[in-house]
Design a protein around this ligand. Sequence first.
Ligand code: G6Q
Length: 557
Amino acid sequence: MPSRKIPSVSELVSRPATNRLPAWKALAARSRRSGRTGLRDLFAADSRRASRFTVEALGITFDHSKHLIDTKTMDLLFDLAEEAGVTGHRDAMFAGERINVTEDRAVLHVALRAPKGAVIEVDGENVVPHVHEVLGRMGRFANKVRGGRWLGHSGRPVRNVINIGIGGSDLGPAMAYDAMRKWASDDLTVRFVSNVDANDFVEKTRDLDPEETLFIVSSKTFTTLETMTNAHTARRWVLKAFDGDKAAAARHFVAVSTNAAEVEKFGIDTANMFGFWDWVGGRYSMDSAIGLSTMIAVGPKRFRELLDGFHDMDEHFRTAPPRRNLPMIQALIGIWNACFLDADTVAVLPYDQYLDRFSAYLQQLEMESNGKHVTLAGKHVSWGTCPVIWGQPGTNGQHAFYQMIHQGTRIVPCDFLVFADPVNKVGDHHDKLVANVFAQTEALAFGKTLEEILAEGVDPKVAPHKVMEGDRPTSTFLCDKLSPRMLGRLIAMYEHKVFVQGSIWRVNSFDQWGVELGKKLAQAIIPELRSKDRPRLKHDGSTNALIRKYRGLRGRS
Ligand code: G6Q
């Protein structure tokens, strides 16, 4: 196979505006002309539609036939990906180019799950051996904790593990722990503290014995307000149990970070620190050492299966032709819905209780990555970027917000995720669960007309209220079975979907200046709330008044 030329970062930055690409213009024209052709007509016109718009790979059947697309639209979307240079951009990422241009960093979460022999270079150095060295240390540590061989300061084995972290240092591990509950050790209690609100810490520790509790302080920077506040509170909580003996911290705290100096300053021995690298973004870090709590919960073998699942999808994304490529198709249809059919949100609806936190995880992955308004070149975009991502596991949502999806005035494209083989085989629960998925997508697509309702003998006054317009677009991901490996595949599928969309929207999917701003803003106000003397406030009138009111309510001058 001829090797493709990898575009340089400056070539990526200077690519033409997306809305000047011929395919973009053709799609815009098409959406005005035929974007509203209904699904009833589209299915009637093509008996092979379902198979035409279904792709299978890695145990995932992706049915996208219930979207408002046809062959021509899909052709144009694939043209768009080509004209936008998505595959070149992808290859630049895999080759370790510094595609995170605003932070001048490579983007190599794919290296975190590469097999031992792989070669992925950053500045001429193969990073894969470093990844496996850390995985090996994590594995030995995890086995010690799981085997009751990691002892607390009083010599009792650790039975409780609490990850302290926030954002990318929390959401992935917390989601993965829920998702892999079935494979987690019953001998350990694993919890996650993230919020600076003390209620989080208090509720997660109130029934635990500090002598049996290990804290994993997970923070890439080791300076994040929430995490460091919780870590200091945790240290006080532990030391109190040991009459203030500072030596106790060594057995009850380990760190996951890139900042050894700050870890040491906090008082954690760097021998008990697990590192990662600046080319791992926070929201792409759950399969780095940030996953230590996950590995302790499910064991190194299952953790490796999870990583192998990620790697399966990396290889699929890297090598499958666009028309068979799950993340590519998912991304392009998402662009069609968001940019040409004006859908402002996407609901992610996993029909599996173990994926309770999956939508919350994806909210960060997608919205922090592609919630941007300037291009790589720093120009304001002239097209919409990331839609709002939200959702809840089914069937619960059906009894709540689905009403709006069926009959509201806004179009909400939905991702339905469901597994053929249940993790827990109990009676007929699973068939009922799956029936709900299929029924929902059918109803959303085809609706019910006034005529059909009247033909059922419904009172004509009530009949209009029962009309379902249909044409609510949905994707169905019917997967073999939820397993650590399948979880890895699904997360990586969304990661790469985000990559493709970011590439077409021309944004930097790997920085987060809005988050950085949030990290600074509160720092200025904290002393104004806490000072004994009345502070001289220089904010806007509203903020000043709120600060004064709060101080008054707390009995401060
Ligand atoms: C992720 C973001 C953000 C980050 C948290 C925690 O991509 O950068 O969510 O993960 O702010 O940061 P630390 O790991 O540095 O504490």
